[in-house]
Design a protein. Structure first.
Length: 366
């Protein structure tokens, strides 16, 4: 029943014309949006979920999220006008030559309520018309739901009505343009119903929230994933290689064990203990070298994200490129020096995303 419900939810999240996302060598994926997108790069669970679906590929991800941003480019304006902010969004995005654009707006705009909807529709159309020049595949996300975290935090009822209204507007735009649409409002559901808490305040996902939502998002974008399972025929030792790195537990099965308890050893190290009957049915294990490699991959993505953030949003940007560049503008030549550091991390990410062979054995526990 749970699997059927999830499948229905995924179908509802995508237009009929949408095809599952398939990434390959050379793809350049750009995230665009406000707080939800900018904060993703701090934990990198969403990107990890997507990269592990396509192991070993040289896929470039760039996060251009900016907290508080809108389809008009408000947050990017700096000391200039909103038009300047939109121009910055446009020029930076186009310069990356993306092949896939993941676009998540609507949350900030929804606070304007029904009266702001016509202007939002117009702004979204302008943004999508502008980004069409990239010839990238455009994927739109609707704003997520706000959970009721109790007082003194505000009652989210009215906000959620507005989020739903703007999510529907984004869906209609996606359908009109035959674009993929991911309805985060329904896909992630009520964050207040998940424990431990997955948001800081009912709206903004915390690190746990990005991890919890990562497999759901990957399934919505790429199609439902199959269980990662390892079936061992020789209990005394057998090599295996996973099809992809796990986001969660790996199910290990072995039907050839005698009665008693057995410890699962991966590359000679014990990671879990269960009865022979349980191993025959399958035991979910979230430990071992594959999980450790997944974590190294995620940390490499986080490190790359930080390097690239300093490349495109240096802290002293006003002194380097703005109206005070006459004071420290000579230091702007150091900014491109981030490029080889970012490139080195990209190679590391591609390598770490490829599962490697390990050895599995079951050892009797006295």
């Amino acid at each position: 029943m749970r699997t059927l419900s999830l499948m229905c939810l995924l179908v509802a999240s995508l237009p009929v014309t949408a095809q599952p996302l398939r990434l390959q060598d050379g793809d350049r994926v750009v995230w665009l949006g406000s707080t939800l997108i900018e904060r993703e790069q701090l934990s990198a669970w969403w990107e990890t979920a997507l990269i592990t679906r396509f192991p070993g590929q040289q896929i470039l991800f760039r996060n251009l999220g900016w907290s508080g941003d809108t389809v008009f480019g408000h947050a990017r304006a700096g000391f200039g006008s909103v038009a300047d902010g939109f121009r910055q969004l446009k020029e930076h995005t186009l310069s990356l030559q993306p092949t896939v654009l993941l676009i998540a707006y609507g949350t900030n705009e929804a606070f304007a309520g029904p009266s702001g909807l016509p202007e939002f529709r117009k702004g979204l159309d302008t943004l999508l018309d502008t980004l069409a020049a990239t010839k990238a595949r455009l994927i739109l996300f609707g704003p997520p739901r706000q959970g009721d975290m109790g007082r003194p935090l505000p009652d989210p009822t009215q906000n959620n009505r507005h989020f739903r209204l703007y999510a529907d507007a984004i869906r209609e735009t996606a359908q009109k343009r035959s674009l993929t649409y991911i309805d985060l409002y329904d896909l992630l559901g009520d964050p207040a119903a998940v424990r431990p808490a997955i948001t800081d305040n009912g709206l903004h996902l915390n690190e746990r929230g990005y991890r919890w939502s990562a497999p759901r998002l990957a399934d919505a974008l790429c199609g439902p994933s199959e269980e990662i399972a390892v079936a061992i025929k020789n209990p005394s030792g057998e090599a295996y290689t996973l099809p992809r790195l796990p986001l969660g537990p790996i199910t290990f099965r072995c039907a050839g064990l005698k009665q008693g308890k057995f410890a699962l050893h991966l590359d000679g190290k014990p990671v879990a203990t269960a009865s022979a009957a349980d191993w025959a049915k399958g035991v979910a294990v979230e430990a071992g070298p594959d999980v450790e490699q997944r974590e190294k991959l995620r940390q490499a993505i986080i490190a790359r994200n930080e390097l690239y953030f300093h490349r495109w949003r240096p802290q002293n940007v006003t002194y380097l490129f703005g109206f005070r560049k006459h004071e420290q503008g000579q230091n702007a030549r150091e900014i491109p020096q981030f490029d080889p550091l970012v490139a080195a991390r990209e190679k590391e990410i591609a390598t770490l995303s490829r599962p490697v062979q390990h050895r599995c054995a079951f050892v009797a526990v006295p």
